[in-house]
Design a protein. Structure first.
Ligand SMILES: Cc1ncc(C[n+]2csc(CCOP(=O)(O)OP(=O)(O)O)c2C)c(N)n1
Lengths: 321, 329
């Protein structure tokens, strides 16, 4: 076991998968000089053909990645969530739809690594946490790691997976340290992690919200409240069973989600539990998600937007009233 | 072209405004006075100033993430810009936009954009409005060499040329997009060469020469107002600083040499302009120094203004979402 920083875990996954499989290559903007940190030293080891700096042409190079995946490559594309808007046509019209539309002929083992920078004064254009919008579109696997080990294992799985995957890398976690087993292998999709066990309430927490939920749970335990935390790790596929089993045990559900709250991952989880776990519930489901506004630049307002331990604790207490 | 002393001195003033503003921003950012990123415009002042002074106050501009120079060149308030960076209610956008989203619609600044090239269609649309309504105003958009590779940019240029829209595409070729040289991202020799593909004039201009920028833009504006359609101007320039504040700490390896930086710093737009004013007997060294000193005071005052302006209170969070209010979800 080694203590590894989140961004290094990304780097390790990339290096190991590129060594393992020659069809894996990476492209993105300024990745050779690793301006976002995760692609350090790749150029030296793998050379210019497998580490491509692209022009600023997201729709073009996302599309090129998709096209190369159709004929046997395993591209990894680095971007920020907010720049995926530019590439939306290729992601939706091609990556998500081709396989089905062409009657299963197309296989698209392409991975989009999309970093979510939020919480640090990046303002409306650079703070998107857009996974719910992609969940809404069939055909894309949606990965939301919350710690270095999961980051590494899930990225490895994404690269090996034969469907288009979007890995939403939470920028608030980039400096996070955590244990990563020396032989950390690919982690299968659709398997939630029980972050901690508890009996009074279930918090399903997504990406950066997992840490907030843990802090809330620590504080609540001082009040004698025992909280269970579930990290779904992948939203498509979603481990419904883990969530329903937990709610069956605790009878209460709080969902902590840094994305906007309308038509969100939180909404979807709430609706699943309302429909399939209704008789387990002893209190209304609570969503603690980002307020339905754009991300304001000023810290005096941005700090009000996202889930935090205070908001999560308040929501848990509401379910216990 | 005959240019009045008043205009020539205004060029100097606006360029100093940007230079002092940006230096102050770097100082205050490293002092931890505000968070968020910022992309210094130092070295590129002549491009925006020469271009904006060729516009009327009723004309529109739109810009990008390297965003402070454009509004200041068009005469935007220094206090408003600084307060925006400080996230205060006295800022252009009441603290909601920050560095990359400066906008002052009252003087034709339709907004800077953090998503590269996303302003190019927007400015094209402002020109479309002028065209449809048969009005006289033009629109100009600032974008980088990197942005010139976006589909949005190419699509806008074709639209504008097709419909003969009064828009000026002003490419600030500072030669790098973050760490990527335009030599490694653009397949033609000069970005302005692409204009021929859209059937519009493409002009390569020395972007360190404010007067050259002014003259080229004046001709583009004339064409636009005369209904002759768009022009692509490429101002060849250089950014002195890192792409954005703090980036030097994270990137690995160099992407340009110290010699290259030094050589471009020798072609400083403020020095070039000042020397010309003096050698042509238009102004004395003292007059030029006085402009710089006055502007520096104004910039220092803007820091005080920003510090004294309050942060928006929680009630502001949901304000400005809608023109016609709807119930919260
Ligand atoms: C669509 C999009 N992709 C990527 C980025 C990240 N990014 C911000 S500025 C920049 C470089 C822009 O270069 P250029 O257009 O030449 O302008 P310059 O910064 O040189 O002034 C990049 C890659 C972004 N903001 N938007």
């Amino acid at each position: 076991m080694a203590q590894t920083v989140f961004v290094e875990a990304i780097n390790q996954a990339l290096v190991e998968e590129m060594r393992r499989d020659e069809s894996v290559y990476i492209m993105g903007e300024d990745i050779r000089r690793a301006v976002y940190g995760a692609t350090a030293n790749l150029l030296t080891e793998f050379g210019e053909k497998r580490v491509l700096d692209t022009p600023l042409s997201e729709n073009g190079f996302f599309g090129a990645a998709i096209g190369s995946s159709l004929v046997g490559m395993r591209p990894v594309v680095e971007t920020l969530t907010s720049f995926m808007w530019v590439a939306m046509d290729q992601i939706i019209s091609q990556a998500a739809k081709m396989r089905y539309m062409f009657g299963g002929q197309a296989t698209l083992p392409v991975t989009f690594r999309a970093t979510m920078y939020y919480g640090g004064g990046s303002a409306a254009h650079h703070s998107d946490r857009s996974y719910p919008m992609f969940m809404n579109m069939p055909g894309l696997k949606i990965i939301v790691p919350s710690n270095p080990a999961d980051m590494k294992g899930l990225l490895k799985q994404s690269i090996r997976d034969n469907d288009p995957c979007i890995v939403f890398e939470d920028g608030t976690l980039f400096g996070m340290r955590g244990e990563v087993p020396d032989n950390q292998d690919a982690i299968p999709f659709g398997k939630a992690r029980v972050v901690r066990e508890g009996t009074d309430a279930t918090i399903v927490a997504i990406a950066g919200a997992v840490g907030h939920a843990e802090r809330a749970a620590d504080e609540l335990s001082n009040e004698g409240v025992s909280v269970e935390i579930i990290d779904p790790r992948t939203l498509v596929p979603l481990d419904k069973k883990a969530i329903l089993d937990s709610v069956e045990k605790t009878g209460r559900l709080i969902i902590a989600d840094p994305a906007h709250k309308v038509c969100s991952a939180a909404s979807e989880i709430a609706s699943i539990v309302a429909q399939e776990g209704f008789w387990s519930l002893q209190a209304p489901i609570q969503k603690v998600a980002a307020e339905q506004v754009h991300i304001p630049y000023t810290p005096s307002l941005e700090s009000l937007v996202y889930p935090n331990p205070e908001k999560i604790k308040a929501a848990v207490r509401t379910t216990l009233e | 072209m005959e240019i009045s002393k008043e205009t020539l001195m205004l060029m100097l003033r606006r360029m100093w405004t940007i230079r002092h503003f940006e230096e102050k921003v770097m100082e205050m950012h490293s002092a931890g006075e505000f968070a968020g990123g910022a992309h210094p415009y130092i070295g590129e002042e002549a491009v925006a100033v020469g271009a904006c002074l060729a516009l009327e106050s009723t004309d529109y501009i739109a810009g990008n993430h390297r965003s402070h120079g454009h509004p200041l060149a068009k005469g935007g308030s220094v206090n408003g810009a600084m307060a925006e960076l400080y996230g205060r209610v006295g800022g252009y956008c009441k603290g909601k936009g920050g560095s990359m989203h400066l906008a002052d619609f009252s003087i034709g600044i339709l907004g800077e954009s953090g998503i590269v090239a996303s302003s190019v269609p927007v400015a094209t649309g402002a020109a479309l409005a002028s065209h449809i309504r048969g009005e006289d105003f033009v629109s100009m958009v600032f974008f980088g060499d990197g942005a010139s590779n976006q589909g949005a940019c190419h699509e806008s240029m074709n639209l504008a040329a097709l419909w003969k829209l009064p828009v000026i595409f002003l490419c600030e070729n500072n030669q790098f997009a973050v760490t990527t040289s335009y030599r490694n991202s653009v397949a033609v020799e000069h970005i302005s060469d692409r204009a021929s593909a859209y059937n519009m004039p493409g002009v390569l201009v020395d972007g360190q020469d404010c007067i050259a920028m002014y003259e080229a833009t004046t001709e583009a504006v004339r064409r636009a107002r005369a209904g002759e359609g768009p022009t692509l101007i490429e101002g060849l320039t250089f950014r002195y600083e890192e792409h954005s504040l703090g980036l030097g700490r994270v990137r690995r390896g160099e992407y340009r040499t110290q010699e290259e930086i030094d050589a471009w710093r020798k072609r400083d737009p403020l020095v070039i302009h000042t020397e010309r004013l003096i050698s042509q007997g238009i102004a004395t060294q003292e007059e030029c120094d006085a402009v710089s000193a006055e502007v520096l005071k104004e910039v220092e005052g803007s820091v005080e203004f920003a510090r004294n302006s309050p942060f928006p209170g929680p009630e502001a969070l949901f304000e400005d979402m809608w023109a016609d209010e709807i119930p919260a979800p």
